[in-house]
Design a protein around this ligand. Structure first.
Ligand SMILES: [Zn+2]
Length: 259
């Protein structure tokens, strides 16, 4: 379940603590999304400072709630050229990570793979960013964004596998991901849709995840947040049942044939 500070952080510390306790009781993992209006790569220093403050504040609340990851958008292009923008984002994301570390927050800083062309943050860019900054910063893989940016490129199991092959270089033992249905146009995300109403197929990903053994947290960001979170959970449980049954059949067949 994601706590979304999309339009601002309007929560008291006491309430954050309560949310964390309740999630713990119910066995629900939490993640936090920092406010949308942040840009670590801006040409305006005031915007950068404000962005760092908002992400650090989200980090604080995430830490209080016992969340695993606090997600931020790396930034978008302003008057600076792409290389300068990238350098600024690397520097400021690294600074934000240092704040997390100095404050002893027990939560990772997640940098999201973005879905629009004018934003910094393709999968390759986010991986490179995480490599450069190092510990405490992790990629947050938004499958809908990758699907939108590639004009519907996630169709086969191999398309999903390719993503994890790329991530391999980071040597992480667990991954955070977002899933939702998505509408897109010319390589840009238009809007989120319920999973069953869109062409991004959760079953292909789910099957691949179960068989690959990757440790992956899938966070629902569908317009039907809770409904689709449960939908994905049910689909995974069914697929797992099928896999186990197939495994049993194979064992029985082996015994029968003596193979
Ligand atoms: Zn986001």
């Amino acid at each position: 379940m994601e706590v979304q500070f999309s339009r601002g952080i309007r929560i008291e510390e006491e309430y954050a603590e309560e949310v964390g306790d309740r999630a713990d009781e119910l066995g629900v993992q939490l993640s936090v999304h920092s406010p949308y209006y942040t840009n670590l790569g801006s040409d305006d220093e005031e915007v950068v400072q404000n962005s760092i403050d908002k992400i650090v504040m989200s980090g604080h609340m995430g830490d209080v709630m016992g969340a695993n990851v606090v997600v931020a958008h790396p930034g978008f292009y302003t008057s600076l050229d792409p290389q300068e923008t990238k350098e600024k984002i690397t520097q400021n994301a690294s600074l934000t990570r240092d704040f997390f570390r100095d404050s002893n927050y027990q939560v990772d800083l997640g940098l999201e793979v973005m879905g629009k062309k004018q934003t910094f943050g393709t999968l390759d860019e986010v991986i490179e960013l995480c490599e450069e900054i190092g510990e405490g910063v992790v990629p947050v893989i938004d499958f809908a964004h990758i699907h939108a940016r590639s004009n519907g490129g996630l169709r086969e199991r191999e398309d999903f596998e390719e993503i994890f092959e790329k991530l391999d270089s980071l040597g992480l033992d667990r991954y955070y991901t977002y899933f939702t249905g998505v509408e897109y146009e010319n390589g840009n995300e238009v809007s989120h849709k319920p999973i069953k109403k869109a062409d991004l197929d959760f079953d292909i990903l789910g099957q691949m995840l179960l068989e690959s053994g990757h440790d992956v947290t899938v966070i629902s960001i569908s317009p039907l947040v809770e409904h689709d979170a449960i939908y994905m959970k049910i689909r995974l449980e069914r697929m797992l049942d099928d896999l186990e049954r197939e495994g049993t059949f194979k064992e029985v067949a082996q015994q029968v044939t003596g193979a």
